[in-house]
Design a binder for this molecule. Structure first.
Ligand code: T1G
Length: 706
């Protein structure tokens, strides 16, 4: 018997415990252990039934995702199907006892059992599409037999978890067990002993009629094409469930297996698996020991109740942490609180929160006009206007008033954290917490490490980001940190392309077709073109003479076109902020290009994508080399969660690896030839390309060297 699965006995009921921490993935040895346990149970005359349960915090989180890389690089594929048939064909009833999660192969295992019982807090689901694959162990064949075709399509094509109570209502769970799960499951097993064992694969009562299913399947395909643009796996999952409605079980499983394998070997799946592990990897800071003590953060203050300050306050209270929200005067504070209430009201309208939840949260926000109560807080997040002088004043005040162990964080998106910290006597307590707008929605939190930020402060902010429902990524203190520093060259190229003759819509459409949530020019209109314009004016003195600078957005701002906020920018906007082409703009752009001596030409969508995306990659490589990002995957996670980069491309650095760094480097050399120093290839990119290596290998070498 493998040590990953053990069998014990509760009198006449065998208890099969899966024990493969941390999430009981079906790693090599686990399926074999379950198989042997089922045989042992059936061979033991004293045993009448079996309960399968997971040890630790969860039932089974699915197949071992780490194994997929071995399969896609030529290793053998180990199918779970035979084991699941073996369980289903057991002469004695097998009861699956679920707590935590039964996800992917974990739910497929559970559905092969004859009965399923669960803790009310458990979750079940087929999240495989989030990894760019589909259920591969009969899930698309057994699930519709238990919950019906429509629900099965929803669960497999969208991948969202289903709470146990809902699963019980659907008939997927046979009983909810309040209190201790194991004794409840054993009692249930005794109740079903001696009855004919129901095999899921033999059930057909919920498989619907061809007419009903045709409607469901068509609607699901349309929905997937709209909501999961460009993604292969959701459509493959729908195809597999359609097969379940048309084919006998075994043939349905063969159809599923083919679709599964096609997905597994796709670039989309490799990218999404990179993202899965990347979102966990970014939490690991090599030089901050795991056991670093954390500073308790139970009471927070936010300075500034504007768009960012208000959103940040909502983030903390949504996590149950009370907030003091400070601003300079009553009208400003009232306006800030008004915006918060408005945001919550639309969340209730959209069904994201209940009114009761919102009322509770609003109770946790205390609007204040002074620093009086700041002496009691564990952490302050400053979110005032983006000016160094003002921020230094605020931090000098905080240094004077706050407790010596309080964390002093700034939400600056561009300014130098060390310079801000120098305004205090405790630079070790100062750190950047760069939220993204709207702060209560965007998942990314760039945590900016100052030269003197202590390990305790860093570790606390990394852990806190999880509690706030954010993905915290630690970055270094360079201008624009990681996200915005890369975004500069990306948006620079978008402007250059328009100045050289590409249409505004053509530039944005090319990047949207590439998979971005929004094009670079429309993004500028959303954020406000004047924000960048003010920063460019403030940093004009740092611009290298003779280096081409984009002029288009400066020209737009000079004529009062700041984007959505002025109903005109790159686009025209109606009262619902819907964009339409501005027919006056092409003539303006031709005039400005002529004045700047920029020749105009036809530009292909391919060139548009290459220049914008490779500008990201080239700057990303510089950031990596300079050590302002710990790993290439950190950059990927930043771009997926802060800048709408398509997850199925894995992020800019992974995308470059997928294209091949040699090809990317050659293309950048071409741009260097054509457009000069701005396109000088990053030395790291050159090195890796010439060595035939990838950014992913660079990350591995970094970890090995640490
Ligand atoms: N395989 C391998 N490692 C896994 C894993 C898995 N399925 N799930 C989690 N881990 C690792 C994870 O990398 C981390 O490692 C640690 O466990 C804790 O995870 C046949 C083909 C279950 C909700 O998609 O959604 O089944 O960073 O930090 O926040 O048809 O993990 O500590 O080194 O996420 O408490 C389908 C994936 C697989 C579920 C727990 N299953 N997992 O969340 O912990 S495909 C999934 C999760 C499949 C079948 C198909 C979450 C969780 P490390 P964690 P958590």
């Amino acid at each position: 018997m493998s040590n990953l699965v053990r069998v014990s006995k509760e009198n006449d009921v065998a208890v099969i415990t899966i024990d493969n921490p941390p999430v009981n993935a079906l790693s090599p040895g686990v399926p074999e252990g379950i198989w042997a346990a089922i045989d042992e149970m059936n061979d033991d005359p004293a045993v009448k039934a079996a309960v399968v349960i997971g040890s630790g915090r969860t039932f089974v989180a699915g197949a071992d995702i780490k194994e997929f890389g071995k399969v896609t690089s030529g290793g053998p594929r180990r199918s779970l199907l035979p084991l699941l048939l073996h369980i289903e064909d057991s002469a004695k009833p097998v009861v699956m006892a679920i707590h935590g999660q039964a996800f992917g192969g974990g739910l497929e295992l559970a559905m092969a059992g004859h009965y399923r019982v669960a803790s009310p807090t458990a979750q079940v689901g087929q999240p495989e599409v989030k990894l760019g694959i589909i259920p591969g162990a009969g899930g698309t064949q057994r699930l519709p037999r238990l919950v019906g075709v429509a629900k099965a399509v929803e669960m497999c094509a969208e991948g969202k978890p289903v709470p146990a109570r809902e699963a019980a209502a659907l008939g997927l769970i046979d009983r909810l067990i309040e209190g201790d799960l194991l004794p409840g499951a054993v009692a249930f097993a005794r109740e079903v002993t001696g009855k004919p064992v129901p095999k899921t694969r033999a059930r057909a009562e919920k498989l619907g009629t061809p007419a009903e299913n045709a409607t469901i399947i068509t609607a699901a395909r349309d929905g997937a094409r709209k909501k999961q643009r460009n993604l292969k796996a959701p459509l493959a999952a729908i195809d597999a469930i359609e097969a379940a409605t048309k084919l006998p079980f075994e043939q349905g499983c063969q159809a599923e297996a083919k679709l599964f394998t096609d997905c597994l070997f796709s670039d989309q799946s490799k990218a999404l698996i990179h993202v899965f592990f990347g979102e966990r990897e970014v939490a690991k800071i090599p030089d901050v020991p795991k056991e670093t003590p954390l500073i308790p953060v139970n009471r927070v203050a936010v300075v500034g109740s504007g768009t960012m300050g208000g959103g940040i306050a909502m983030v903390f209270v949504n996590a149950g942490i009370p907030v003091l929200l400070k601003d300079v005067d009553e009208p400003t504070l009232d306006a800030g609180m008004g915006k918060i209430r408005k945001n919550y009201a639309s969340s209730v309208q959209r069904g994201r929160f209940t009114q009761a939840f919102v009322d509770e949260r609003l109770q946790l926000i205390t609007p204040v006009l002074s620093y009086d109560a700041f002496a009691d807080v564990d952490m302050v997040v400053e979110a005032v206007f983006e000016g160094m002088a003002l921020k230094k004043d605020v931090f000098a005040d905080l240094d004077r008033i706050c407790r010596s162990d309080a964390i002093l964080a700034s939400n600056t998106s561009t300014l130098n954290i060390d310079e801000i910290a120098a305004a205090t006597s405790r630079p070790e307590a100062v750190i950047g917490t760069h939220f993204f707008s709207p702060a209560n929605v965007m998942r990314l939190l760039e945590i900016v490490r100052g030269k003197k930020s202590s390990n305790e402060v860093i570790a606390t902010c990394m852990q806190l980001s999880k509690k706030l429902g954010k993905i915290g990524v630690l970055v270094g203190n360079c201008r624009g940190f990681v996200g915005n520093r890369m975004f500069g060259p990306y948006r620079r190229e978008a402007q250059f392309l328009v100045e050289e003759g590409a249409g505004v819509e053509a530039v944005d459409q090319a990047l949207v077709d590439f998979g971005n949530a929004m094009g670079p020019l429309a993004t500028g209109d959303l954020a406000g073109l004047d924000v960048g314009w003010r920063i460019r004016k403030e940093y004009r003195h740092l611009e290298k003479p003779g280096i081409r600078q984009p002029f288009a957005e400066d020209r737009l701002c000079e004529i009062g076109r700041y984007g959505q906020k002025t109903v005109r920018g790159w686009y025209l906007y109606d009262e619902n902020r819907r964009a339409s082409a501005d027919l006056e703009l092409p003539a303006l752009l031709r005039k400005w290009s002529a004045e700047a001596g920029i020749p105009r030409r036809q530009i292909s969508a391919e060139e548009i994508v290459d220049r914008c995306i490779y500008a990201l990659v080239n700057e990303g490589a510089r950031i990596l080399e300079e050590g302002y990002a710990l790993r290439a995957v950190d950059i990927d996670i930043i771009y997926l969660n802060g800048y709408g980069f398509p997850a199925y491309r894995g992020g800019p650095m992974w995308h470059a690896d997928t294209v091949g760094l040699k090809k990317v480097y050659q293309r950048i050399c071409e741009f260097h030839q054509q457009h000069g120093e701005l396109w000088a290839p990053a030395p790291l990119l050159k090195r890796l390309a010439e060595a035939g290596k990838t950014f992913a290998e660079f990350d591995k070498e970094q970890v090995a060297a640490a």
